[in-house]
Ligand binder design. Sequence first.
Ligand code: 2HA
Ligand code: ZN
Length: 271
Amino acid sequence: MKNSILNNRPSLRAEVEKTAEVAGLLWQKGWAERNGGNITVNVTELIDDDVRLMPAIAPATPIGQTLTHLRGCYFYCKGTNKRMRDLAREPMQNGSVIRILDDCQHYEIIADNPVRPTSELPTHLAIHDYLLQKGSPYRATLHTHPIELVALTHSKKWLEKDKATRMLWSMIPETKAFCPRGLGIVPYMLPGSNELAEATLRTIDEDYDVVMWEKHGVFATDVDAMQAFDQVDVLNKSALIYIQSLSMGFTPDGMTDEQMQEMTKAFNLPK
Ligand code: 2HA
Ligand code: ZN
């Protein structure tokens, strides 16, 4: 890659390459049809003074919100209309690095190409703003369309608070251990809207790392894109076990409440 922001910046390169690996996994899982899904990673801590001086390569664009904790932050974002499977091979052709301007209301693209960020940018940036405000170590937000989890949301029954969480946790002990806050639920809202961003933020604030957008997909956050992916992957694995049992002709019993409480104690889990 000639003239890439990643050249001679091994930690930034490693973070972008890890994100590209996740994009490939999303495609392999069948969760990333066409341009489906997006990933935004806060890379501010990996940015040096030379990057801070880099000029914009496209005019500043309004974010649509004032996000005061993001002043001067840098993000690697998947491009809008770009495919995860393409990003996996060529992360800087299918994503870009953006800088949040001092007014906290606009961003500009600084590298490598003028690729406009994800259509769900309002949600991604609102959550990053919230995470920084909270002092959270989480630096990645991931949106994807996991088939079996989305299928669950087509039944009202699974949209009741923590009903799906309980079922998913009870399918295999690992799910509670590795997605310990469970699955928050956000009712259907227009993709890319500020309303969806606000509802996602409220649900994450209730203490979830992964929230389900009814009949659409999940939104997950963690220290990096790989760990956000892992949380979604364990939840979807549980959904698969549930469905597999149904297809064998029975409704799975699930672990008992006592067994799940035992997990909480043994692994010092938050719920
Ligand atoms: O970026 O998945 O929700 C494509 C989407 C929007
Ligand atoms: Zn989507």
